[in-house]
Structure formats: C-alpha cells, structure tokens
Design a protein around this ligand. Sequence first.
Ligand SMILES: Nc1ncnc2c1ncn2[C@@H]1O[C@H](COP(=O)(O)OP(=O)(O)O)[C@@H](O)[C@H]1O
Ligand SMILES: CC(=O)N[C@@H](CCC(=O)OP(=O)(O)O)C(=O)O
Length: 298
Amino acid sequence: MVNQMYLDKAEVLIEALPYIQRFNRKIVVIKYGGSAMLDEELKKNVIKDVVLLKLVGFKPIIVHGGGKEISRWVGKVGMEPHFINGLRVTDKDTMEIAEMVLAKVNKELVTNVQSLGVNAVGISGKDGGLLECKKKLSGGEDIGYVGDITHVNPGILYDLLEKDFLPIVFPVGFDKNYDSYNINADDAACAIAKAVHAEKLAFLSDIEGVYRDKDDPSSLISELHVHEAQKLIADGFVGGGMIPKLGNCIDAIEKGVNRVHILDGRIPHSLLLEIFTNKGIGTAILREDGEKYYNEHE
Ligand SMILES: Nc1ncnc2c1ncn2[C@@H]1O[C@H](COP(=O)(O)OP(=O)(O)O)[C@@H](O)[C@H]1O
Ligand SMILES: CC(=O)N[C@@H](CCC(=O)OP(=O)(O)O)C(=O)O
C-alpha cells in the first residue's frame, strides 16, 4: 500500500503540469523587496523558488529593492532617511550609499542563486544602458536624484536569457548626462516587465495582497479587474506604498503584461504556490476581459 503522503506529493507535482507547460520559455519578472528581504531564511526560500522556475523552463528575471537596507546604512553614517510619497529623498551622498548598498544586496542574491547551481548575472539599470531616466518630481517637488524611467533597452536581458543566465537587476539608472539616479524598485520591475513583454509580473511584498479596506485584513481581494483597482485607489481604500504598487500593476496590464500578482513575500514559497497550484493566493490584477476564478471572495 503506497503511503498517502507520497500520493499527495505526486498529486501536487501533477497539479503543476499545466502551469509548467503554459510558462515554458516565457518571461516572468519577479519584484523582490520590502521587509520580505530582511529575513535570511525567507530570502533563501524566495531564491529557491526562482531557481526552480528557471530549472523547469521558465525565464525568470529578478528585479530587487533593498529600501530597508539602504535606510540602515544611511543611518549608520549618521544621516536620517527621508521619504516623500513613498520615494526616498536622494541627495548626492544618499545616491552614493543607495548604489553601494543595492550592489551589495545584488551580489548576495547572485551568490544565493549560484549556490543552488544556476548561473546568475547581477546588473544595475546602467549596464547595457538598461534603464534611461530623468529626474522624477514628487507633486512638483524636487526630491533629488530620484529617477523616472524614460526608456528601457532590454537587449542586455535578452542576451543573458539566451545564454541561460538568470538576470538579477537593481534599480539604479542614469540620465542623459550620465548622472546616477535612484529608481523605486516597483517602477523598475514594471518598466522591465513591459519592455520584455513578460507573461507574468509578481510583486513579492510584505502584505498578503490588496485589502478592500486598508484597515481590515479580513478584506483581502483575490482578483481585481483594472477598473476595480482604479476605483479602490480613487475611493481612498488604498494608501501608502500600495498606491504606486497598484498603479504599476494597472500600467503593466494595460501595456500588455498578461498577469500581474501581488504576493506575500513573508509566506514561504508564496511564488510557487501562486504559480503552480489552483489555490490562488495574494491578489491578481486582471485585464478587463480576464476571467475571474475566485468570485466567492468578491
Ligand atoms: N488597501 C491596501 N491593501 C494592502 N496594503 C495596503 C493598502 N493600503 C495601504 N497599504 C500599505 O501598503 C504597503 C505595501 O506597500 P510597500 O510598503 O511599498 O511595499 P514594498 O516595500 O514591499 O514594496 C502595505 O504594507 C500596507 O501598509
Ligand atoms: C526612489 C526610491 O525610493 N528608491 C528606493 C529603491 C529601493 C526600493 O525600492 O526598495 P524596496 O522595494 O525594498 O522598497 C529606495 O531608495 O528605497
């Protein structure tokens, strides 16, 4: 008699089959950032998930942040981190720290991937001219070297993918004078997903997903059509960092990314669970003609 536990495991693998077929050779952009990056164990799990995606035939690209780590180092040199509308006020010194810290985080992620036997290459938005930008104003206010992406040159990513590397990108770009700019990692992930026509864009955040009411964790929404997401923002049910995040999700869907997901990076293997099972975790943002599967949550 075969142990039920083994049968259950086989069942899970079989459940993954259609998803492995659907995403075969397709580009999946994973934004990794927020508090979900602080825990070493969680970080290892996220990397394992992405490595598995790579090994079963997907083409994952990681775009990462590291805002919490930048703030820690800004504090270490005796400065105060300062944000306006979720964006870091970035003077010359802060820019220098941000670039150094993000490069350090980048190489840690590269090392984690390499340790699992997959070849990764870590680049910034400067490499291969990937992310061109201009100064971003926040409500008309100058907040320093914060970049608004004006153009993406995805050639370097295609080259790396073709050679079977896993690209890992950190969000620093340059303007037409070749000055460095600090880019919000969600903006970078969204711009890259659009430029490479990703099949899927997944944001690994530090929240379960989008709540219908930001103050009520029991109001998690499984699926949102674009117009519903716009209405939640307009009606003030979404706040803080979720406003630009959801804005990026809407933008990605409208510009051709097939599926966009906000997932809880604190849940071990949330990425795998979302992609390979019928469970549906986090919040999916759907095109207007996209069919909903989880209407019971509506
Ligand atoms: N309606 C909402 N649903 C979910 N989160 C919300 C909502 N409104 C505001 N938020 C806030 O947005 C935050 C997520 O954005 P952010 O902190 O920028 O994520 P990350 O750092 O992972 O990129 C959540 O931690 C939560 O506090
Ligand atoms: C302009 C701006 O705010 N840039 C961000 C870049 C890092 C980031 O976005 O990191 P998370 O995704 O971990 O928040 C910052 O300096 O914090």
